[in-house]
Design a protein around this ligand. Structure first.
Ligand code: 6PG
Length: 252
């Protein structure tokens, strides 16, 4: 399901509303809500909105477990850290339980971080299949998601839930969850904004004969949603019949 929003603010509002709704439903049904947070800049506004009313007082924060889809192996106070992004925008401003925050800790080697996170996930899901209630994902302009990077070995990983990756232009490694675990989620939502994503998004959603890592994200039984702003969705004209266009109130 592809939903087109006027702008990134409307996209973030909708993503925050979805988080709140899914969290309330999951906690009411089974006493907890497990969410996989995306890194990068796009989700920042969604996280900030969740820390504000009306969401702040509506979300059952104490019953939510926060995990990350990927992390850059940088110091925890490095502005490139995905965990720092989530803390700065959201987690430091709402009454979450510290023990329910599960960062990917790269204090030793990247491989150690990946192995340790895999163990933590197995223990958390108590040896059962790890089914996140909600997964937020971003999309890179090269079609990567999380840190499932083009050409990386992690794309072929069928068994392990975590892997390491490295972009040649970066001086740090990354730890990523693999499609194997992400695809077990109940709901996966891509948050895609900005004109720089228009071509890759069109190629992914309309087909181009080229393979992109984001195309590995095919939930086994869960719901896959694309939240796209008008700039990122500007080349999706041929999908107009299958797009849901959300008009910003008062915009017409
Ligand atoms: C990361 C992210 C990555 C991100 C995309 C989009 O750690 O880099 O997890 O997958 O979501 O690169 O990033 P932007 O939202 O900044 O465009």
């Amino acid at each position: 399901m592809i939903t087109l929003f006027e702008d990134r603010e409307a996209l973030a509002q909708a993503a925050a509303a979805l988080f709140t709704e899914q969290a309330q439903t999951a906690v009411a049904a089974c006493g907890r809500f497990t969410v996989l947070l995306a890194g990068g800049e796009t989700p920042r506004l969604t996280y900030q909105l969740l820390a504000q009313e009306p969401h702040r007082s509506q979300v059952p924060w104490a019953d939510i477990h926060f995990f990350w889809g990927d992390e850059r192996c940088v110091p925890s106070d490095d502005p490139r850290s995905n965990a720092l992004l989530a803390h700065t925008a959201l987690l430091d401003h709402v009454p979450v339980r510290a023990e329910n925050i599960h960062p990917i800790s790269c204090d030793k080697s990247p491989q150690h971080a990946a192995d340790a996170y895999g163990v933590e996930l197995a223990e958390f899901f108590d040896g059962k299949s790890p089914r996140f209630d909600l997964v937020f994902l971003g999309l890179g302009d090269d079609g990567h998601t999380a840190s499932l990077l083009p050409g990386s070995a992690s794309l072929d990983e069928q068994l392990l839930w975590t892997a390491i990756a490295k972009r040649p232009e970066e001086d740090f490694s990354r730890v990523t969850l693999t499609a194997t675990i992400i695809n077990q989620a109940a709901m996966i939502v891509f948050l895609v904004a900005g004109s720089g994503k228009a071509q890759v998004l069109r190629n992914i959603l309309c087909g181009s004969g080229h393979f992109y890592p984001a195309q590995l994200i095919q939930p086994l039984s869960g719901d896959l949603r694309w939240y796209v702003d008008s700039q990122a969705g500007s080349l999706l004209g041929e999908l107009s019949g299958s797009l849901t266009k959300m008009e910003t109130p008062g915009s017409n």
